[in-house]
Design a protein around this ligand. Structure first.
Ligand SMILES: [Zn+2]
Length: 224
């Protein structure tokens, strides 16, 4: 986990404990996808254009199967949106990288798989918010949240932003106060609840019995 100051937040601790359990039974498809995204991000990152990802969903939990979608947050320094917000549905740069990623996977495997870019963080905007110590910055809150719970790809791009944030106690406190709200929205989505059930079913299909203590933890977590 990337930002030490958020590591002991009770909800983050709980979530990452569950994640660690599922990851200890990681599928080969999950490992392959992490490899694919790392390779792609490193390939297209230059001095002028940095690209990194945070992975959510089944690959984050190490439970992806061949037909699983992959949910990604993309980080890029967007030439189109300067230091403004980058909407993944309407940004030509996000569109360009999504297309390149699919092309790359097609070249490698003959076909691509389903990728959903669920959010985009413009690194120019993030940098601007860090420099100006913007206590109302939504991109900083989202960055802190994703970096606390997701699986980072091409992490070296993100480290300087993580380091800058970690040095600023006031910004960290602002983010910490918002993490619970981010989380409640995230875990109360029916998709998320369904995912946990799906991961447990997958492990059991593969002949692995989820220990009672872990099943209780999952149940209590879903009632948060
Ligand atoms: Zn953009």
């Amino acid at each position: 986990m990337a930002i030490p100051k958020f590591r002991n937040h009770p909800i983050i601790k709980e979530f990452n404990g569950l994640k660690k359990f599922f990851r200890s039974h990681e599928t080969s498809t999950s490992k392959k996808r992490v490899y694919d995204f790392n390779k792609f991000a490193e390939l297209i990152t230059t001095n002028e254009q940095e690209v990194a990802f945070d992975i959510l969903g089944s690959v984050n939990f190490g439970q992806a199967k061949e037909n699983s979608d992959t949910d990604l947050v993309i980080y890029l320094n967007c030439s189109e949106h300067d230091t403004g917000e980058c909407d993944p549905g309407n940004c030509p740069n996000v569109h360009k990288f999504r297309t390149m990623l699919h092309e790359n996977l097609k070249n490698e495997y003959g076909q691509s798989y389903s990728i959903e870019i669920v959010d985009c963080i413009n690194l120019n905007q993030l940098d601007h918010a860090l420099k100006n110590r913007d206590l109302d910055s939504m991109s900083l809150i989202r960055f802190g949240f994703y970096r606390s719970i997701c699986r980072g790809i091409n992490r070296k791009v993100l480290r300087k932003y993580e380091a800058k944030l970690s040095m600023d106690d006031e910004l960290c406190q602002m983010i910490e106060a918002s993490l619970a709200d981010c989380f409640l929205g995230f875990i109360h989505s029916s998709q998320h609840t369904y995912s946990f059930k799906k991961y447990v079913d997958r492990l059991e299909e593969d002949g692995f019995k989820v220990p009672l203590s872990m099943a209780q933890k999952i149940n209590s977590y879903l009632r948060v």
